[in-house]
Design a protein around this ligand. Structure first.
Ligand code: SF4
Length: 330
């Protein structure tokens, strides 16, 4: 019996960070025994943010190393690069013909990015067509495999809704070709950046997966804490401290004790961070070891990606034959 298909992608706009690992990579790896998984590296999607592509090949290879080190088994899952399966683009083009611009203009991510572009980059030309059409390509990424599930955190469920609308419209016009993709709610570890803001490459506040344990240790020791705790004897508020958010993920057993000791100033921030770092590095050590192995074999990683693209293409080609027939593009 064929397993339910699941698609999840990461954008190689830079080196992946610990938020990607906890939010996406590990989740997908944990699902590959239950579902037929298509983890991919969304290089076309990264072009909506990046115009200097000189580092893109490096970022793509590193993202593949991260997927594999997080436990993606190339025998069980189809790991590939988006642009190596051109059917994604063909289907996206066809879907744009039935997608009203107004659906895309109201997407929250589009609105946020447009605001950021105008605020920070002062781009007089305005946003690119690719940015507007991002949800269409994203829909194509999923339905070209007739995937039924997309793992998302609770705050991202709305992003899948436009894909579901596009699928409903296509099926209504051309017949029932695609299943409506459903969100698969995943545990979303809340890991803020080193400065307490959302972790993002553009803020320069990430803990990168390719960093050595020593670099990670140094970075955590520099992490901001409760801004109201100025002196060692001041009581702290762990609820507003990014370090505490990491304890919840990497040191859950000690969370009640740290909460108490922080509020009573029984523990200092330096000791609290040292404790976190020891636990985080211990938990991450198997990942670091696998990563060192995969990184030393770039040729094998490229073979995995080529094999994955071949497998993905076979499925995507069958879907496109069905789509062309449904649309009378024969
Ligand atoms: Fe944050 Fe720990 Fe300092 Fe409390 S003791 S403010 S939880 S780093």
């Amino acid at each position: 019996m064929q397993k339910t298909r699941l698609v999840s992608g990461v954008r190689p706009t830079g080196l992946l960070h610990i938020g990607h690992l906890e939010g996406m990579l590990k989740n997908t790896a944990s699902l590959q025994d239950i579902y037929e998984c298509y983890p991919f590296i969304a290089d076309w999607h990264s072009l909506t943010d990046v115009t200097d592509t000189s580092n893109l090949p490096h970022y793509i290879l590193q993202a593949a190393v991260d997927w594999l080190s997080a436990g993606i088994d190339p025998e069980k899952s189809t790991l590939f690069i988006q642009s190596h399966v051109s059917e994604h683009a063909e289907l996206s083009t066809l879907l744009t013909m039935i997608t009203p611009v107004s659906w895309l203009e109201r997407c929250p991510t589009y609105k946020d990015k447009v605001q950021n572009l105008t605020q920070h980059l002062n781009q007089r030309e305005g946003p690119s067509t690719g940015l507007l059409e991002y949800p269409v390509l994203m829909t194509s990424d999923v339905i070209v495999y007739k995937a039924e599930l997309v793992p998302v955190g609770a705050d991202n469920v709305a992003h899948l809704e436009v894909s579901r609308e596009i699928v409903r419209r296509f099926n209504h016009i051309y017949g029932n070709v695609f299943p409506e993709p459903q969100p698969l709610l995943t545990k979303n570890a809340e890991l803020p950046g080193l400065d307490g803001r959302k972790m993002s490459k553009s803020y320069g506040n990430t803990i990168q997966l390719s960093d050595s344990p020593e670099t990670t240790r140094k970075n955590i020791m520099k992490m901001v804490t409760d801004p109201g705790r100025i002196r060692r004897n001041d009581p702290g508020n762990p609820d507003v401290c990014p370090v505490f958010a990491y304890h919840k993920v990497y040191n859950p057993d000690e969370v009640p004790q740290i909460d108490k000791e922080c509020r009573s100033a029984a523990i200092g921030c330096v000791d609290c961070k040292r404790n976190l770092t020891d636990n985080l590095i211990a938990e991450m050590t198997p990942f670091y070891e696998k990563r060192a192995q995969w990184e030393s074999k770039p040729k094998v990683v490229r073979e995995v990606l080529a094999h994955g693209a071949n497998r993905a293409r076979r499925v995507a080609k069958d879907t496109m034959a069905e789509v062309r027939a449904a649309m009378n593009l024969v």
